[in-house]
Design a protein around this ligand. Structure first.
Ligand code: OAD
Length: 247
């Protein structure tokens, strides 16, 4: 066991309020590609064209095809050992919650109960007119952007597209936890998208110990990270749990 894992486990052992912030990297080992980097989703689809609210309003049927493809990709995926380790940490009373930028529902599938969906959830639709939400039937998504069963207005995936605000309740809860926590575990995020990327900086400025799990160093690694766990989260997070169990 490396000394950095032992150091991270010691911080967690003494934590009164630990929280995790996760990004696409934690789901990579479940078979869902990340957004940036080689083979990333944004290499194939430009976010301006397929992930902005302006694009959706301009041509909803075209953008719907992208979300349909993404939903198809996520559908057969299962949580991996990284998701399970965070769910275990919550069950053990160590972790207060997971703030995730992911829209794939895999933390919930792994058993995490307090999941703050910072960028929404691609399993739901929301109506742009009456704001009604409903679950997507992934077996029957259709070729055209869906219409609301109540008011017939256009519906969209209940995710934060570029040009949209973070849902207020998620923003409030996430920022309150970031201010309050004494340990933050930052997993599989490139530190490029704000305001999510602010969270580790907020935690650090309030004195939190920052554990980062990533396969590559990020802007966090240089500036706020106290314990950098290099490697796939599906390996490093279970190692962290094992270290926590050893006294
Ligand atoms: P990115 O694709 O930007 O970054 C993924 C990060 O995961 C990178 O830092 C990788 O090095 C790391 N990584 C890859 N595999 C890993 C593994 N097995 N274990 C640990 N780390 C690994 O994804 P996000 O940071 O989540 O927003 O992107 C943030 C937001 O940008 C997304 O929520 C999405 C996107 O545009 C919206 O769509 C609004």
């Amino acid at each position: 066991m490396t000394s950095v894992i032992v150091q991270a486990a010691a911080a967690l052992r003494n934590a009164k309020c630990a929280v995790a912030v996760t990004g696409a990297g934690i789901s990579a080992e479940s078979g869902i590609p990340t957004f940036r980097g080689e083979g990333g989703i944004w290499e194939k689809y430009s976010p301006d064209e397929f992930a902005s609210i302006a694009a959706y309003l301009r041509d909803p049927n075209k953008v719907w095809q992208f979300w349909r493809e993404l939903a198809g990709l996520v559908k057969g995926c299962r949580p991996n050992a990284g998701h399970v380790a965070l769910a275990d940490l919550e069950r053990m009373g160590v972790l207060r919650g997971v703030i995730t930028q992911n829209v794939d529902n895999l933390h919930q599938a792994a058993g995490s109960t307090r999941v703050i969906e910072y960028h929404g959830n691609a399993r739901r639709l929301v109506c742009l007119g009456c704001h009604k939400r409903k679950n997507i039937d992934t077996n029957n998504m259709g070729d055209r952007a869906p219409r609301c069963p109540i008011c017939a207005d256009l519906m969209k995936p209940d995710v934060v597209m570029f040009g949209e605000d973070i849902p207020r309740h998620a923003m409030f809860e996430a920022h309150a936890l970031a201010e309050k926590c004494d340990v933050m575990i930052v997993v599989g995020t490139s530190a490029q998208v704000y305001p999510a990327a602010e969270l580790p900086f907020i935690a650090k400025s309030n004195g939190a110990f920052i554990i980062e799990s990533n396969t590559e160093r990020t802007e966090f690694s240089e500036v706020v990270t106290d314990a950098y766990l290099e490697g796939p989260a599906g390996e490093t997070l279970p190692q962290l749990l094992r270290a926590l169990a050893q006294r």
